[in-house]
Design a protein around this ligand. Sequence first.
Ligand SMILES: OC[C@H]1O[C@](O)(CO)[C@@H](O)[C@@H]1O
Length: 306
Amino acid sequence: MRKVIGIGETILDIIFQNEQPTAAVPGGSVFNGIISLGRMNVDVSFISEIGNDRVGNIIKRFMEENNVSTKHINIFPDGKSPVSLAFLNDKNDAEYLFYKDYPKQRLDIAYPSINEDDILIFGSFYALNPVLRDKMIELLDYAKERRAIVYYDPNFRSTHKYEAMKLTPAIIENLEYADIVRGSDEDFVNMYNLDDVEKIYKNKIQFYCPNFICTSGNNSIALRTKGVTKDYTVDSIQAVSTIGAGDNFNAGIIYGLLKYNISYHDLNTLSEEMWDKIVQCGKDFSAEVCKSYSNSVSPEFAKNYK
Ligand SMILES: OC[C@H]1O[C@](O)(CO)[C@@H](O)[C@@H]1O
């Protein structure tokens, strides 16, 4: 059975509405998608780290309850599990405050095995952080050597905008490793000060990675590949919280690749019709997650999704 391997941070999101906490849910960009895939009964492995504390225990239990193994989670003795305060605005989009206290020694774990056609997903600042860079490269090299499909979501938040230049070499390296890049319009404004999809694809992505998807909230989705140039519309929905929308778009795309048996070798010659079906999965997962405070698709959705 094909496997999906994720690497990224785990964090407890405390969600605020009108300045009052309304929910606390385990989160993290790659984490949110991996939980959804676990609920869909995909064979998933997640590489991450948590503290030996109450928050860490909540996250660990949550993973176990959702078919995500904790075998590759480093439980660090010093420091604390990360927490975020996510303040929802009137559109139910979040503004974050992060609280992090990591130890010096990071990701002290063995990696899972990776086989041909498995899918590795990575992204966010976690994929750029100089402290974790050697570990990240080790995993990416291994995934490439094994011919896994590598999926990269830069998820570049405005808090890192000031260091975009400094991070450029690592971003480029990540793009080179990637077989699919999916980012939001905000990511590319924060990284490159660009908001034109054509320019982003032609000047910043295409040379390194042929398959590109750019989402822009509830506006359109742009797909650019060697053979397909297409823009998709997004149905507007009444969102309870948009937290995890992009993360679950990724999960949907990955689910689509598995559902339609797309192998590493098929990826660069997919037809427009096949991309339509895969993008539809991304849209479905993303819309579902906006319907509640949960950061992942619901178990009911997972049970009924065809
Ligand atoms: O950037 C990290 C934050 O982003 C999210 O993954 C949502 O996309 C949250 O769960 C997490 O707190």
